[in-house]
Write a protein that binds this ligand. Structure first.
Ligand code: ADP
Ligand code: MG
Length: 328
């Protein structure tokens, strides 16, 4: 099988919404009048972003999921994507499973594969996604990192920290009961990008980002871009791990410090962290409900730069996660 047979067999489907899909020198997209294109790329490299032996179906899912998550953080609706793929060799079973995982997620978000590039080399997957954001009265409704204001609430969607738990277990630094590991591992390998929530938050959230590198670091990007700081409520943070509700949680023996570490600095969860004015609390919950997702209020934006972690009495916690003031 050669390069062109491979593209034809695994990555070519009739264009649905695109004016022209795979097969020519360029794909053609027809932007809807009154919208902007939102564009983002993410690359996954073997050994760096995934283990060599990872299930190719879940790898296909994740490669697109991390890109859709960027569109979600921007409040964009997915349209299309391109796939640049370096493969060490042609392995048809691998390609079949990879393309199945990739295209299943693509279909569930109405995001079509319109082109790409295929070459021989160390396994490397680079996807570029295209989405659309409405422009109303000359103003883009895209969610940016730079809009947070002192007094806004800080939120996070869904659950956080479980991907880190799975990563630690797979690296062998933590022992987990089998079923708990399986649940956390789904979180790591098959994240669900919050595409519906991102769109529902347009006009409500003042700033947003997706949590790919850990809550502290990613929230830090919002704070720096917005020239503000924030206090987070430790009591609201710790319960964010889904694993805590698993029947085997108690026997896993994971202490409060480890839980805080997973939630605050664990990456790979692909939830949305966002801010919104206190007057929008009901609107935020309605948006979360419409997207069948949770939104948990975890803190408040303040004028003072830096990120502080507060205990139940409103005292700053003098521990390592509270000292990330290089994000100020
Ligand atoms: P060119 O030489 O003009 O770059 P290619 O021969 O690389 O074109 O690709 C032929 C067609 O197949 C193009 O339309 C390209 O977008 C598409 N294509 C190549 N690789 C992929 C891929 N992995 N997934 C989807 N489309 C691809
Ligand atoms: Mg090419």
């Amino acid at each position: 099988m050669g390069e062109f047979d491979l593209i034809a067999r695994y990555f070519t489907r009739p264009a649905a919404r695109a004016a022209l899909g795979v097969g020519d020198d360029c794909a053609l997209l027809q932007p809807v009048p009154g919208t902007q294109l939102a564009i983002s790329s993410d690359m996954l490299v073997e050994g760096r972003h995934f283990f060599a032996e990872v299930d190719p179906f879940t790898l296909g899912h994740k490669a697109l999921a991390v890109n859709l998550s960027d569109l979600a953080a921007c409040g964009a609706k997915p349209l299309a994507f391109t796939l640049a793929l370096a493969l060490p060799r042609i392995d048809e079973a691998w390609l079949a499973a990879f393309s199945k995982g990739l295209l299943a997620l693509a279909d569930s978000h109405g995001c079509e594969l319109v082109g790409g590039d295929t070459t021989q080399g160390p396994l490397n997957i680079c996807i570029t996604v295209f989405g659309e954001v409405p422009v109303v009265n000359g103003r883009s409704l895209a969610l940016l990192r730079s809009g947070a204001k002192a007094g806004d609430d800080v939120y996070v969607s869904g659950t956080l920290g479980d991907a880190r738990l799975a990563l630690d277990a797979l690296r062998g630094t933590l022992a987990l009961p089998a079923e708990l590991l399986a649940q956390a591992r789904r979180r790591l390998e098959q994240p669900a990008p919050r595409v519906a929530l991102g769109q529902a938050l347009r006009g409500i959230a003042s700033a947003a980002i997706d949590v790919s590198d850990g809550l502290i670091g990613d929230l830090g990007h919002i704070l720096r871009a917005s020239k503000v700081g924030a206090s987070l409520d430790a009591q609201a943070i710790t319960p964010l791990m889904a694993s805590r509700r698993h029947p085997d949680w108690a026997s896993a023996g994971i202490g409060p410090d480890k839980q805080l570490e997973c939630v605050l600095s664990g990456g790979d969860d692909y939830e949305l962290a966002f801010t919104a004015p206190a007057s929008a609390r009901e609107a935020v919950q309605a948006a979360a409900q419409s997207a069948a997702t949770q939104a948990t209020r975890i803190g408040r934006v303040e004028a003072e730069p830096g990120l502080r972690l507060m205990d139940a009495d409103g005292k700053a916690l003098p521990q390592r996660f509270s000292s990330f003031d290089h994000f100020s």
